[in-house]
Write a protein that binds this ligand. Sequence first.
Ligand code: RFL
Ligand code: PHB
Length: 386
Amino acid sequence: MRTQVAIIGAGPAGLLLAHLLHRGGVDAVVIETRSQDYVAARIRAGILESSSVELLESVGLGERLRAEGHEHRGIYLQMPGERHHLDFVDLAGRSVWVYGQTEVQKDLVGAGTAEVHYEVTDVALHDVDSARPYVTFADSSGAARRLEAEVIAGCDGSFGPSRAAAAPADFFERVYPYSWLGILADVAPSTDELIYAWHPNGFALHSMRSETVSRLYLQVPNGTDPADWPDDRIWGELATRLGDGEDGWKLTPGPVTDKSVLPMRSYVQTPMRHGRLFLAGDAAHIVPPTGAKGLNLAIADVTLLSRALVEWLKAGDTRLADSYSDDALRRVWRCTHFSWWMTTMLHTSGDPFDAQLQLAQLRWVTTSTAGATGLAENYAGPPIGF
Ligand code: RFL
Ligand code: PHB
């Protein structure tokens, strides 16, 4: 098989890249180890920055998003006895949208612009330093395949083979001493905006997917077994940390349809290019979910990468490809800092000095226009290409 761009991974980065390249007149083939159903059902991100929404709209992927997504002006930041609304539209001139990654994935599959080979195995990258890189794999029937390309795009997340193929590289990492226990529940959200809550017992987040589906998270110790958290215990702890009963606010529990524990870390691998291999999305960087940046970073990366590859493969101009890593990393490091900052401000460590610093920081962010604007600008997100 031969194509212009071999894309490894059919998550949002890989499928959106294929869609953008198709619109730019560049051929691509995507290979994915999982099944289409598995990828479509993975419950992950829920928040899109307005620049992500604008990008998706501008490439024909905005119809369901506008109809079924929900625009939010801001978030609540909370400490015991205090709930403050930060209005991003007033503070930074931009909103965010609640629209699940599952829905973005469905829209990308529905666009039908990507040739995707699902359920492949034994994926290996070859000769990425040369002008003729290629990928080998076994297709879903077990037959050995070789995919030759001008460029390989590694969009295979943190566990795929592209990261290693892009080495030697610099690797920056921070592992956090806590995880999130996340639930999806069939119950109307108890809040109009997301609530990020600092509490002495640990962080809690009330998010949502729709008028009838809520998404909630609790900070738990690393190594927590979800089996130790029956539904009643989860709702009880959420009620405590989110302030059920304070100022008449009530948390309404409901049937839990999904429960999982996710560890948290930050990493960035640089550069995001090695020869003819370009990394995008989680393959190059992971952020903890506290700032809702992962999916948005993946969208920003592939927007830059598609422009660079169209210029190169259609017009022979390599300038954007040469600057891709530096261009993408400006935003990556901004969001890596923001996600680290939100995470360390809101998760308790057990150290009383740290707790007082966190509260002082939260009071500053919720009472000073300068502090609130900084958070709002970062949460609502810098423009693509910043
Ligand atoms: P993905 O989505 O992991 O897709 C990578 C794909 O590559 C496939 N793959 C391979 N394919 C071929 N050959 C191989 N050898 C392969 N190995 C792996 C995988 O099967 C997969 O299909 O990475 P991508 O496309 O870069 O997208 C990144 C986002 O998925 C991720 O950043 C976000 O989900 C992060 N994230 C959030 N981001 C936000 O912007 N806002 C949020 O609110 C938010 N919440 C979250 C999140 C991530 C979470 N988890 C579980 C990681 C909440 C959670 C719980
Ligand atoms: C989510 O809805 O899954 C979500 C929302 C905001 C975050 C993280 C996750 O910061």
